[in-house]
Design a protein around this ligand. Structure first.
Ligand SMILES: Nc1ncnc2c1ncn2[C@@H]1O[C@H](COP(=O)(O)OP(=O)(O)OP(=O)(O)O)[C@@H](O)[C@H]1O
Ligand SMILES: [Mg+2]
Length: 638
């Protein structure tokens, strides 16, 4: 469904080649390393397992004693004592079983928490390009179901491999001791089971990977439709019936793989029950014959059959080990795949701090094109990355300018000319291919992320707010602010009255992405957030939305507070901004075509004058229309 069928089907095809079916030892090693911090618990687990297995083989031996020494010799006292012993062992065994499950679950849970936290941390460090290319839902799915898969792998594998192998060894030993002849014959039956198991193991692994992909496709669709922007779009433009059909197809794909997985799993169980029944038939048949000829005693035959019955469950578990290991490795591989993505934008080892204080911003011969999927190293994540089709093309060419401390630089130009891109390079959301961005002479690639973040404040056009209280949203910029400071910032941003009129004030829950507030209110809240952060360099994408004159004036006042005394780069859509700018840069097709003050550029009668005639001159708040307010609406593009 999603994307083209090309890359996905090729992915599927590759899953079937032998190279993928082998155990990747590197993955195994990394997985085992996750267990190292839990070595103590694991050791305790092993002890519990061994004791519990030992108890398991004690029962048949007690049965044998009851029959041979008690029943056949009519020793009632012994019969009662042994029966009580069996009951006691049962209670103890049950307790051990609980303990075993608890220990395995605890280690599994700890591993899941650490994996999820590492994934979350790692993903947050990825550059913006990563997020613009991945599907949120699929990514969330990796944190959720793959990590869950990894946990069950850990838990099941522990109980399975640890517990069952000990049990099988002990039972096999006991069987041999009781009657090596019957045991040998029973063992001959094993290959009947083991050989098909390998085949089904492979199938199950394939189906698991498919199930994860199908789950990711389904969550992607849910995440896209359920966030407010997606829901709004689908309400306004969507065809619900088609969306539902598309969803149903994805949900069905998921459940189809589910059915196959169950069926394949059942194959195992069937094979095993069959083998176990055959073994029991053999044991009773041949054992019975031997007993009737007094070669074997009755108690031993019963003990053998009872041991065989106990052999069946652990053997089934063990025969599934290959599948379990493979399934687990799929989960771990998918998690490691994300953890292995190197963020292309990284802090240098000895990065320096840019001290607080006035900032001089310099762009030196900056050329830039957006990175391709391979460059953001997403290629390995084909299934959740957006496939690349278009050819790479330079978006910015040789951009140079200086914003002196306290100066206001305005960026204007047609839509798509690269204004937003310029502002992306300053907080290092992307690194330019050539040239450098400097703050007070320091190349930002040599600066710490923390100091960059602290010095630069950005207000985007579509100010984002988290689904949390207003207070939490504002504190996101600076966690230690008091309510007093928040109120002062809100006042300066001309939004205090609005907030105080809300019944819950600062405790008001903001809807997802701030959908509870109007565009103008949201932008003023974003300005308040910026004021709290008090950066030295402000980047602002002025709203293009139509505002009534009252909010226009409010925003203007708020901006004056925000920009006062700070170096600022503003993507300007307002006459008032361009007129007071110290320098206006006119961009077209990623190049600076003209630069100067409003007066100088008007005198030049070039592109700026043209834009001014079309856009700014009619931009008095009361008279303009929404369309004319958008400086870069494309009218000037050709
Ligand atoms: N993440 C991206 N990946 C690839 N290309 C991009 C990306 N973002 C923007 N572009 C391209 O870069 C060019 C410049 O885009 P930019 O957003 O900087 O324009 P703009 O001047 O801000 O336009 P507007 O006034 O419409 O906001 C456009 O051609 C756009 O298609
Ligand atoms: Mg833009």
């Amino acid at each position: 469904m999603r994307g083209s069928s090309g890359p996905r089907s090729s992915l599927r095809a590759r899953a079937a080649v032998p190279e993928q079916q082998k155990i990747k030892w590197d993955t195994v090693r990394r997985t085992l390393r996750l267990a190292v911090p839990h070595a103590g618990t694991l050791l305790l687990f092993l002890v519990v397992v061994i004791v519990s297995s030992a108890i398991g083989i004690t029962y048949p031996l007690v049965y044998r004693a009851i029959i041979n020494e008690g029943i056949l010799k009519q020793n009632s006292a012994l019969i009662v004592r042994l029966a009580v012993l069996i009951a006691g062992l049962g209670v103890f065994d049950a307790a051990l079983g609980l303990g075993q499950t608890y220990l395995a679950a605890r280690v599994g849970a700890a591993v899941v928490v650490s994996l999820r936290t590492r994934l979350f941390d790692h993903i947050l460090r990825m550059p913006l390009a990563f997020f613009s290319r991945t599907q949120t839902g699929a990514l969330v799915n990796r944190l959720m179901s793959d990590a869950r898969g990894a946990r069950s792998a850990f838990t099941d594998l522990l109980s399975n491999v640890g517990g069952n192998s000990v049990t099988v060894i002990l039972i096999a030993g006991a069987l041999f001791a009781l009657s090596w002849r019957i045991t040998l014959i029973v063992l001959v039956l094993l290959p009947i089971f083991v050989l098909p198991a390998r085949y089904w193991g492979r199938r199950i692994r394939e189906v698991t990977r498919e199930a994860y992909d199908a789950g990711a496709a389904m969550s992607s669709m849910m995440v896209e439709r359920f966030n407010v922007a997606g829901a709004l779009l689908s309400k306004l433009y969507g065809r619900p019936a088609e969306d539902v059909t598309a969803f149903e197809v994805k949900a069905q794909a998921l459940s189809r793989t589910g059915i196959r997985a169950r069926l394949y799993g059942r194959m195992f169980a069937t094979l095993l029950i069959l083998t176990a029944t055959l073994a029991t038939a053999l044991a009773y048949g041949w054992g019975g014959l031997l007993a009737s000829r007094h070669v074997l005693d009755l108690g031993t035959v019963v003990a053998i059959v009872s041991l065989l019955a106990r052999l069946y469950a652990p053997l089934m578990g063990l025969s599934n080990v290959q599948v379990d290991v493979m399934t687990a490795l799929v989960s771990f591989e998918r998690i490691f795949e994300v953890l292995d993505l190197e963020p292309v934008i990284r802090e240098r080892p000895h990065a320096m701090t840019i001290p607080a204080g006035p900032i001089r911003l310099t762009l030196e011969n900056v050329s830039f094109s957006y990175p391709s999927a391979t460059e953001v190293s997403l290629a390995s994540l084909e299934s959740i990355a957006v496939p690349e089709k278009r050819v790479k093309r330079a978006v910015l060419h040789d951009i140079s300018f200086v914003a002196e401390p306290g100066q206001l630089v305005a960026l204007v130009g047609p839509s798509g000319s690269g204004k937003t891109t310029v502002t992306h390079l300053i907080p290092r959301l992307y690194d330019p291919q050539t040239g450098a961005v400097r703050l007070n002479g320091v190349d930002i690639r040599d600066a710490t992320f923390e100091s960059l973040r602290a010095r630069i404040g950005v207000v985007t056009q579509d100010a984002h707010l988290f689904h949390d209280t207003l207070r939490a949203n504002l504190r996101y910029a600076r966690p230690d602010v008091s309510d007093e400071e928040i109120r002062a910032a809100l006042r300066d941003a001309q939004i205090l009255e609005v907030v105080e009129a809300l019944p819950d004030g600062l405790d008001t829950l903001v809807g997802e992405r701030g959908y509870r507030f109007s565009g103008g209110e949201k932008q003023r809240l974003a300005i308040a957030r910026l004021l709290l952060k008090a950066p030295n360099l402000v980047i602002l994408d002025e709203a293009t939305a139509h505002l009534d004159s009252a909010s226009e004036i409010a925003i203007q006042r708020a901006l004056e507070r925000a920009l006062a005394g700070r170096t600022s780069v503003v993507i300007a859509h307002r006459l008032s901004t361009v007129v007071r700018a110290d320098q206006i840069l006119v961009l077209q097709d990623g190049r600076i075509l003209e630069r100067g003050t409003h007066g100088q550029l008007m005198a030049k009668a070039g592109l700026y004058a043209d834009l001014y005639e079309r856009q700014f001159a009619v931009a008095a708040p009361e008279t303009r229309s929404p369309a004319s307010d958008r400086l870069g609406s494309g009218a000037v593009r050709s």
